[in-house]
Design a protein around this ligand. Sequence first.
Ligand code: FAD
Length: 445
Amino acid sequence: MEDHVIPRRVVIIGGGFAGLFAVRALRRAPVAVTLVDRCAHHTFQPLLYQCASGILSSGQIAQPLRAILRRRENVRCLLATATDVDATERLVHVVLSDGSGLALPYDDLIVGVGVRQSYFGHDEFAEHAPGMKTLDDAHAVRRRLFRAFEMAEAVEDPKERAAWLSFALVGAGPTGVELAGQIREIARHTLDREFSSIDPGQARVLLFDGVDAVLASFGPVLSRRAQRTLESLGVEVHLGAIATEVDERGLTVRRQGGESQRYDARTVLWTAGVEAPPLAGALARATGAKQDRAGRILVEPDLTIAGHPEIRVVGDLMNLNGLPGLAEVAMQSGAYAGRHIRHRVEGRKPSTRPFRYLDLGSAAYISRGRAVVKRGRLHVSGVVGWLIWLFIHIVFLTGFRSRAGAMMSWAVVFASGSRRERAFASGEAHAVDVPEAAAPSPRSA
Ligand SMILES: Cc1cc2nc3c(=O)[nH]c(=O)nc-3n(C[C@H](O)[C@H](O)[C@H](O)COP(=O)(O)OP(=O)(O)OC[C@H]3O[C@@H](n4cnc5c(N)ncnc54)[C@H](O)[C@@H]3O)c2cc1C
């Protein structure tokens, strides 16, 4: 088939960190870019838990893609879900929001659709234990958190009340640790004087993980410090404990010794494990690409798929020597893929340099004034870690207005504990029809 038309058509699937950095690298290139995303906004995933816990609003962590890209004249945004790739005809099949289909021709394809929550073969848990990957998830978690305190206030049975005041989190990675800290802070500092029948400070927060360390990827020193900090906040940490059952009343865990234990907790949140979305399988079938156990696509050192130099996989969806699923990896890989295409269309000699990830470190927030940061051999925790965390997030938040708004919200919550973003939708499952008022009986004369 014809190699390409002019201007070269670049389709980028996914407007996450990887997709946006690929767009940015192509900004002055003579190419026609189509950015396809199933959402109209870019979500700053590392702060989803702050939206869920009422610190930040949706608008502070999600920016319209069109607004971010309004000055990019060579970019067209398309709100659509990519469902398949035809690698022979070089087409991406997408479904628009009204259900109709479209085929987008490409000369170069960049796939950066990220990963989704994995329930390790127990997808039935999802109904009772929402994950934390999208803005919808953050809203669902916010509703569950604040509704649980309302229910605890309303019920009279002490056992029921205790179950509503028990919050279980499965997965002690950064998201689980951050959420656990937030729930204790909400209980102790945000809601402390707002209820009459319950003491929110009595809320139990249980954090479970199958491995024997919290924040295992941060190494043993920071892991121990993070666990101590969590415990000082009142979080009950249960390591070597795997969730085997989750239902609307709580969860059962199996410990390393083999014994099982049941916990009544009306709020269970899932912060463990990721897997590739279905598009990865479609891409693998279309190209013969190999997938790892989580379904991520194994890529060549230049991020292309073997035998398909026109298709690149970037961000969380790619597996290159086991690089971690971090925002920095996504940004750098997206930028690398975009740069390669630009150099090619500009007629420069194609670089043979493989993609190299420059590790800028990682950070996890635990509570007000406490965070852990790891960069190479540097391990920082406590207030200094928290200041570094703050700096990193202010720098990387997309858009001036989100940045300024987020700083104001942080100042309020850090100074007073109060959270402004606590509104939540009532949720269809709990909507109750009020019976129409009985017709007034005719007055007796
Ligand atoms: C709760 C949470 C906390 C995190 N904290 C940190 C942190 O502190 N530090 C850090 O470095 N990293 C953190 N990460 C990881 C980081 O956010 C990811 O590594 C990064 O977002 C990956 O970028 P990406 O572009 O590959 O994918 P994503 O950001 O997931 O973007 C994928 C995009 O593709 C779109 N999409 C998906 N499927 C389709 C489809 N079929 N068709 C069209 N569009 C599609 C999605 O709508 C989305 O916009 C966190 C992640 C989460 C979920």
